[in-house]
Ligand binder design. Structure first.
Ligand SMILES: NC(=O)c1ccc[n+]([C@@H]2O[C@H](COP(=O)([O-])OP(=O)(O)OC[C@H]3O[C@@H](n4cnc5c(N)ncnc54)[C@H](OP(=O)(O)O)[C@@H]3O)[C@@H](O)[C@H]2O)c1
Length: 321
């Protein structure tokens, strides 16, 4: 069995690599069929991953949650499901909506799609500027008291929002974007989480696939590929990221590991990071990311990577919402 880490102060234990279940929803990942998605979820479980990160809005019709229920329903007690509320689709635009009424209704819909009576971790996907975060937290506390939710999380939030939420509904997990080049949470949110025994589960560990090192410099994005809207895939940022990946490749070659394996290993070894939420749209991708669970980087390897990061400098950073 792969080693496990606790979510916050709970006794729920997860692998440090989770399957991020956004790409399998098929909205912005191109060429993803139902068969690929089912095989990817199954491959994650077979590789020893017990942690599955999804959301109400992963898929226009909740495809991601449905998939987890269908593929892993028979293994319900062996897996940990995290899902999220507070973002939904309106005419195919992602909008916020985190009133208590909406949160309670979304939770019931999520449980139905997942084919379960509870989720181990339930996040507010992003604070809603129209609703005080304490009110959204109150709804999640109510769900926890009803036994539908076993622990609470907050994503895409500032320290002020974390503090306001935590005062009403004790948090077990925080979910920000974080990777080798986007590390701004180290300034404030990460220390806050460490101080409050809140787990940090990071999204975009592979920077939406860029740090997997398999997109060539002259890669032409399909017009439906949702990654194009992010600055790291353009112009000078793109070139500098590729120079950085060349450095990573040299280090990974010296270790006899692949680039994504090494990038994930670095991420889950960082102080305060509980899990990396690794997206994948093919079984072989999550198998490769899961190998990071089986080894640790030496101090020399970490130094070499950290020097490459310093030489690159921080990337332009923005989250998903
Ligand atoms: N809370 C939030 O607001 C939020 C926002 C975003 C994501 N998330 C969560 O975090 C998870 C991770 O984010 P993400 O999926 O967008 O990004 P990611 O994990 O950084 O990158 C995933 C992409 O990288 C590529 N990839 C993965 N493994 C690879 C491998 N071994 N070799 C080559 N390419 C590989 C695949 O794309 P290609 O094959 O097309 O290159 C895959 O779709 C999501 O699935 C979701 O659960 C949360």
């Amino acid at each position: 069995m792969q080693p496990r880490r606790r979510i916050g102060k709970t006794d729920i234990e997860v692998t440090a690599v989770a399957l991020g279940c956004w790409p399998v929803a098929g909205i912005t990942s191109i060429d993803v069929t139902q068969e690929h998605s089912e095989a990817t979820v199954r491959a994650a479980f077979d590789a020893g991953i017990n942690f599955f990160d999804t959301a109400y809005m992963y898929g226009y019709e909740g495809e991601s949650e449905k998939l987890i229920g269908q593929v892993l329903g028979n293994h319900r007690d062996e897996i940990v499901i995290a899902t999220k509320c507070g973002l939904h689709w309106q005419d195919r635009n992602c909008v916020r909506g985190a009133s208590p009424k909406r949160i309670i209704a979304e939770c019931d819909e999520s449980l139905q799609r997942l084919g379960t009576d509870r989720v181990e971790l339930y996040y507010l996907h992003a604070p809603d500027p129209q609703v005080p975060v304490a009110e959204s937290a109150g709804a999640i506390l109510e769900l926890q008291q009803a036994g539908k939710v076993l622990s609470a999380g907050l994503s895409n939030a500032s320290v002020k929002e974390l503090t306001d939420f935590h005062a009403v509904c004790p948090l077990s997990a925080y979910q920000p974007h974080y990777n080798m080049l986007q590390r701004e949470i180290e300034e404030a949110q990460l220390p806050w989480c460490l101080e409050n025994s809140v787990s940090t589960m990071v999204y975009w560990p592979l920077m939406k696939g860029l740090l997997a090192g398999k997109l060539s410099r002259d890669h032409q994005f399909n017009e439906k590929d949702g990654r194009q809207k992010y600055p790291m895939f353009h112009g000078e940022e793109w070139d500098r990221n590729h120079d950085f990946i060349d450095r990573l490749r040299e280090i990974a070659d010296g270790l006899g590991r692949s680039v994504p394996d090494m990038v994930i290993a670095w991420t889950i070894q960082r102080h305060g990071i509980t899990a990396a939420l690794c997206g994948a749209k093919r079984p072989e991708q999550i198998r490769e990311s899961a190998t990071a669970l089986t080894w640790a980087l030496s101090a020399d390897a970490v130094s070499a990577i950290d020097q490459a990061i310093i030489d690159r400098g921080p990337a332009v950073s923005r989250g998903a919402v």
